[in-house]
Design a protein around this ligand. Structure first.
Ligand code: ACO
Length: 337
């Protein structure tokens, strides 16, 4: 006879895996040639420094929760679940519909997930990995069976289209994953880190309690994204490589055991430098930064979705996700597909 305590322990060690994926990219494509007409830049500069050729821009009528709802509906279809089956929505974004309520609540209504608890998380470009790790805890503890994790950004409304050092880098998009108990495989290790001392290097300075919105903040463009790109670059390379190694160590794996790496898609030079330090060949790395630019919390999940659809991630593969963003925060995760 299985005692109540034994049942609880069994539930506590449940494995969590991804059973459905979805993504949504707005139709409008903004090319480097388009940007040449807007700021003093060139296709050559953007390609050499970042590897970005184009990015997607949301329609003026679309808001963050619309992008997220499209991706979420697709993920539920692929998991063969009804919206009512969702018990928790974790939405990662730095570009919410508004300061509050949480964007996940708007998504709940838009997809009809009436039985779901909802909250947003802010872990910038690492938001999807943070969301996945939180979902894993709820599954492992037996609290929930079906958790929807969404990474979404509408960065085009938060970048200064007159600032060539940032506006060429970012794009809009959304991705979603259904996380549920799995019998084998699933998430086998993860690692999360942060360094709040570096918070000033990448932020939206105005609009919060430190610098409330005013005529002055708007006229000085302080509500737009500000970044010390060079310092961010160096830090990102070091900690992403370290996070990848830590997740591999926790899983008892070596670089040769990894079949596909899904890195945060900020800049091809960052990806190449990280991958060199991780010790995995570039052929095993999925890259789509050329088509979408940096979509912050949406980057890793959109890339994972495309890698699976294109057959780059197959059943039984070992996948390494690694990301870094404002905070600074970073995270990595290894999934047996
Ligand atoms: N077109 C032409 N010239 C430009 C442009 C542009 N779009 N942008 C900047 N420049 C100029 C600069 O003005 C500078 O000129 P100067 O030497 O005359 O002063 C020169 O190019 C070099 O500028 P740098 O900033 O030193 O260029 P760098 O090689 O560092 O590349 C970049 C800049 C692409 C932003 C890089 O630093 C980077 O990718 N950083 C990391 C970004 C990132 O990973 N963010 C992740 C987190 S994002 C998040 O959390 C939301």
């Amino acid at each position: 006879m299985v005692t109540k305590k034994a049942q609880y322990i069994k539930k506590q060690v449940r494995k969590a895996g991804i059973i459905g994926l979805g993504s949504y990219l707005p139709k409008k494509v903004l090319t480097n040639a388009d940007l040449e007409k807007m700021v003093d830049t060139s296709h050559e500069w953007i390609m050499t420094r970042t590897g970005i050729a184009e990015r997607r821009i949301a329609d003026p009528k679309e808001v963050t929760s619309d992008l997220a709802a499209h991706a979420a509906k697709q993920a539920l279809r692929s998991a063969k679940l009804a919206p009512e089956d969702v018990e928790l929505i974790i939405l990662a974004t730095i570009t919410p519909d508004m300061q509050f309520p949480a964007t996940s609540c708007f998504v709940q209504t838009k997809i009809g997930a009436a039985n779901a608890a909802c909250f947003d998380i802010n872990a910038a470009c690492s938001g999807f990995i943070h969301g996945l790790v939180i979902a894993q805890q709820f599954i492992a503890s037996g609290t929930y069976d079906n958790v929807l994790v969404i990474g979404v950004e509408l960065l085009s409304r938060f970048v200064d289209w007159k600032d060539r050092s940032t506006c060429v880098l970012f794009g809009d998009g959304a991705g979603a994953a259904v996380v549920a108990p799995v019998k084998s495989g699933g998430i086998i290790s993860s690692y999360l880190g942060a360094d709040g001392n570096k918070s000033d290097l990448l932020m939206f300075p105005a609009g919060g309690s430190r610098m409330p919105a005013s005529h002055k903040t708007v006229s000085e463009g302080m509500h737009y994204l500000k970044m010390q790109g060079n310092d961010v670059f160096k830090y990102a390379v070091r900690v992403m490589a370290d996070a990848a190694h830590k997740a591999m160590k926790r899983a008892g794996l070596a670089p040769k055991d990894i079949d596909c790496v899904i890195p945060h898609q900020a800049n091809i030079r960052i990806i190449e430098a990280v991958i060199q330090r991780v010790g995995v060949p570039m052929e095993k790395v999925f890259v789509n930064v050329d088509r979408y630019g940096n979509m912050s919390a949406a980057s890793a999940i959109v890339a994972l979705c495309e890698a699976v659809n294109e057959g780059r991630v197959k059943k039984g593969d070992t996948v390494l996700l690694v990301a870094f963003g404002s905070g600074f925060v970073w995270g990595s995760c290894i999934i047996k597909w």
